[in-house]
Design a protein. Structure first.
Length: 646
């Protein structure tokens, strides 16, 4: 069971235990729920593997909705009796009291189907990796059950969990043989991936091939189909990604930023937006909608790149907790030094009028250092807390690139009849200076000095050369190598070379997939780092231009006598005054720029490398400072330019 799904199961079970008494006829309610849910829902419940009945999920959705409604009604009553909120605020809260419970009801009642869809989409990206393990194992030993068992045991991909369930069902005699189980599995996944179904059928048919050469050709064709299908799937996703990305850019970034310049003008028609309205709109509603829409886009993406998490037990991370505490203190110190500098300058008399006290006055508003200090503190923490993990990840990625080439050399030496320790020593010398060369040198030393067997020399948890290499691809390939090397040297060498061919093909497909997605990811990164903060700075200066013009118009209208103005009513300066101070305006928009930059950076990262947490933190640490510096420079430069025009 996926750990992230446990909350739903616990919540359903708890609801039945605590609120089951509210159902007068539990048996009748259960039967009614079983009849009312669709076949799609029943299939999704079975596919997710949730240990739940339909009536448990229905009861939880009802209970969650009622609880949410009661909480919101309580908040409404508190606001109503406090009498400290305007009628507009109460109206908005009333609308939310109606909308939010409906959203909760839909989400909780559809969660199982949503979860099943996510699992299927995620698993589609696992297909080449899982099939490669099955095919590589089949080439070494033409036993279908062993190959499926190897793939399920030695992979942490979501699809491997489905294979484990397949093995479990086979052991329970739900299927009469592995052939029947695999055909059933192929039919189940054929609804989502026709090429996966074809590959599984070819793998099954290879067991009936009497000729060894023909069997290898059939297995190669099965792998080729899976690679071609995955590449086609990602190309299709990249093509479909363009329009949603433009929608994300235009509706959730350009339009909100364009409204920034128009907000001061709405005072002319009698609207007086307050600071709290601006904060709710730009720091909560717009970022929330952008985040939800970006997640919706990502839900349609097959996860092709799933890096393995680096545990804190890695020797390079032995003091990571202490370092994180130091980094937090450093981040807080940097924030304290930078954030209040604008207000400190005001207390010192505002030398050289650096800090703006009026629209288009000075160079920077006093709240700009608050934003700069906040981003500096956050970026320092993200950078120094992610760099140790990123270094390990980059080292593993480099080893994966070198690994395929090293396997060719290893295969040649083994096929020549060389002993494994001699073959590994030769590779270490041939690939001297490379990361994988050092690992092979350690294997050779373990075999020579510790007199251990090959598997322990590679995988032993205390001294194995690959004990800290968190790469499924490398680990599983070496597992297959340890199994094949016990055969005759010529067959083992040929098998290793075939494994190297598979890894080369997988790497080539991944590289082509990344290139096909580059157009979208580069656009999103450029938007997050350059365009959004640049436009925000310019529109903020434009809003101050409008504020200053309206202020001047108000002053002139106030000096005109009422009987000479030609107006039916007296229009005073208050009609053109702004209800939001410029420094509050900049603070709210600056936070919006930070949030949007973070959302777009995460979006691009999830598309490009599968949402690796360490890489995401590193990207944010690099992107946010650049983004906010461009915002600050754009704001200051635009103020200077527009000041000279008025």
């Amino acid at each position: 069971m996926a750990e992230e799904s446990n909350w739903y199961i616990r919540a359903c079970k708890t609801t039945v235990r605590q609120w089951g008494w509210a159902v007068r006829d539990p048996s009748g309610f259960s039967k009614q729920c079983e009849k009312s849910v669709s076949q799609e829902y029943s299939d999704a419940l079975r596919f997710t593997g949730f240990d739940l009945e339909a009536f448990e999920t229905v009861l939880f959705s009802y209970a969650g909705t009622v609880t949410t409604l009661i909480l919101l009604l309580g908040i409404d009553l508190i606001l109503l009796f406090s009498r400290s909120f305007e009628a507009r605020t109460l109206s908005i809260m009333g609308i939310l009291t109606f909308i939010i419970p409906l959203g909760v009801l839909y989400y909780l009642s559809e969660y199982v189907k949503i979860r099943a869809k996510l699992m299927k989409i995620s698993s589609l990206g696992d297909i080449p990796e899982i099939l490669s393990y099955i095919v590589m194992s089949m080439k070494l030993v033409p036993n279908l059950e062993n190959a499926v068992l190897f793939a399920s045991r030695n992979s942490e991909r979501p699809l491997a969990k489905d294979l484990k369930k397949l093995i479990w069902d086979l052991n329970l005699r739900i299927y009469s043989s592995m052939d029947d189980a695999l055909l059933s599995f192929a039919d189940l996944w054929g609804r989502n991936s026709e090429y996966f179904k074809r590959s599984l059928h070819l793998i099954k048919s290879s067991t009936a091939e009497p000729d060894e050469a023909q069997r290898i050709i059939t297995l190669n064709r099965a792998l080729d189909i899976s690679l071609e299908g995955t590449e086609s799937l990602m190309d299709s996703f990249a093509a479909k990604l363009k329009t949603p990305s433009y929608v994300l850019y235009s509706i959730f970034i350009l339009i909100p930023l364009a409204l920034v310049a128009l907000l001061p003008a709405v005072t002319v028609v009698g609207m007086k937006p307050k600071t709290i309205d601006l904060i709710l709109l730009y720091d909560f509603i717009f970022p929330f909608l952008a985040a939800v829409y970006s997640e919706y886009i990502l839900l349609q993406k097959p996860v092709a790149f799933i890096p393995k998490q680096i545990p804190d037990s890695h020797p390079d991370l032995s003091d990571i907790r202490q370092k994180k505490r130091i980094i937090i203190m450093l981040s807080v110190l940097v924030f304290i030094l930078i954030a209040p500098s604008g207000y400190i300058l005001l207390l010192l008399g505002n030398p050289k009028e650096i800090v703006a006290t009026t629209p288009l006055g000075g160079y920077i508003p006093p709240t700009l250092p608050l934003i700069l200090g906040g981003v500096a503190g956050i970026s320092i923490y993200l950078y120094f807390s992610s760099v140790p993990y990123k270094k390990i990840r980059d080292r593993i990625r480099q080893m994966e690139q070198e690994f395929a080439d090293s396997l060719f050399v290893l295969g040649r030496r083994i096929s020549e009849g060389k002993a494994p320790e001699e073959a590994f020593a030769y590779i270490a010398k041939t690939m001297e200076g490379s990361k994988i060369g050092k690992a092979f040198e350690e294997i050779s030393m373990n075999l020579l000095s510790m007199r251990t067997n090959l598997k322990n020399a590679i995988f032993d948890e205390e001294f194995g050369a690959f004990r800290h290499i968190y790469s499924e691809r490398i680990r599983n390939t070496m597992l297959l190598f340890t199994e094949s090397v016990h055969k005759n040297h010529e067959a083992a060498g040929a098998s290793i070379i075939k494994l190297a061919d598979h890894l080369k093909e997988l790497s080539a497909v991944e590289e082509r997939i990344r290139r096909s997605l580059y157009e979208v990811t580069s656009t999103m990164r450029a938007t997050a780092v350059i365009f959004a903060p640049l436009i925000a700075g310019i529109t903020l200066a434009l809003s101050e231009v409008i504020t200053k013009i309206l202020s001047q118009v108000g002053e002139r209208m106030n000096r005109v006598p009422a009987d000479l103005s030609g107006m039916p009513v007296e229009i005073g300066n208050g009609a053109f005054s702004q209800s939001i101070a410029p420094d509050s305006f900049l603070l709210a928009i600056g936070i919006y720029v930070i949030l949007i930059s973070a959302i777009l950076t995460r979006f691009a990262g999830s598309v490009e490398y599968g949402g690796d947490r360490a890489q995401l933190k590193y990207d944010l640490a690099c992107m946010l400072p650049i983004s906010i510096v461009i915002f600050a420079v754009s704001t200051a430069a635009s103020r200077i330019v527009f000041r000279g025009l008025i």
